[in-house]
Design a protein around this ligand. Structure first.
Ligand SMILES: [Zn+2]
Length: 191
C-alpha cells in the first residue's frame, strides 16, 4: 500500500494533467459566496452546493462554528475579495454535537491520543501524555443543532466588522441524505 504522501502526490499528478484553464482564474470568488462549514470528511461543499474552483470561499473548522477565526476569514472574504452571500452550514451527526467544553478538556487531560469509539463505549487510551490546557479553550461544542446555526448567523450579523450589505443564510446538511435545508429564523438579508 502506498504511503499517504505518495498517494497525495500521485493524485496531484492526475489533477495537474487536466488542470487546463484553471491557472487563469482570478482570486475573488466568481459567485461572490463564502461558506462556513464543518471539517467533517463526509461533507464535500463543492459537490453538495454545486461549485468549482474559483467560485466560492470555503472556511472550515470543527462544527462549522462562527469562531473568532472563522469571522476573521469571512471579513477578509468580503472586504478584500468581494463576497456578499455567506452560508453557515452545520450538519447532522456532527462530532461536536453533544460534546461539552469540560468533557473535551477532561479527555485531553487524561491523554492526547486518539479516542477509540465503538457503538457502546468510548475508550480514552491512557499513556503518559495529557494536558490541562484544554480547560482554557472554548471548543464551541453544539448542544442543539438548529439553535447553533441560528446563534452563529446572529453572531456574524452583529459583529462590528461585518457589513450590512451581506446576506447570511443558515442551513443544515443531512449526512444521511446529502440534503441541505434552511433553518427557520437563521437568515439575515442585506439591507
Ligand atoms: Zn461536524
Amino acid at each position: 500500500m502506498l504511503d499517504t504522501l505518495t498517494e497525495i502526490l500521485n493524485a496531484n499528478k492526475t489533477y495537474v494533467e487536466s488542470f487546463g484553464e484553471k491557472g487563469k482564474l482570478n482570486s475573488p470568488p466568481q459567485k461572490q459566496m463564502a461558506i462556513l462549514t464543518c471539517m467533517d470528511a463526509r461533507l464535500d461543499p463543492a459537490k453538495f452546493a454545486g461549485f468549482s474552483e474559483g467560485d466560492v470561499h470555503v472556511i472550515r473548522n470543527a462544527g462549522g462554528r462562527a469562531s473568532d477565526d472563522a469571522i476573521r476569514s469571512l471579513v477578509i472574504s468580503h472586504k478584500m475579495l468581494g463576497t456578499k452571500f455567506w452560508f453557515v452550514i452545520q450538519h447532522t451527526k456532527c462530532g461536536m454535537q453533544g460534546a461539552t467544553n469540560d468533557g473535551i478538556a477532561q479527555l485531553l487531560e487524561e491523554s492526547l491520543e486518539t479516542i477509540q469509539i465503538d457503538e457502546n463505549s468510548a475508550l480514552n487510551e491512557k499513556r503518559d501524555s495529557g494536558s490541562a490546557e484544554g480547560y482554557k479553550v472554548d471548543w464551541l461544542p453544539i448542544d442543539n443543532l438548529e439553535e447553533s446555526v441560528k446563534n452563529d448567523v446572529f453572531r456574524i450579523r452583529n459583529h462590528p466588522l461585518v457589513s450590512d450589505t451581506i446576506s447570511i443564510y443558515g442551513l443544515i446538511y443531512d449526512v444521511e441524505s446529502g440534503c441541505l435545508k434552511q433553518v427557520d429564523g437563521a437568515i439575515s438579508m442585506a439591507k
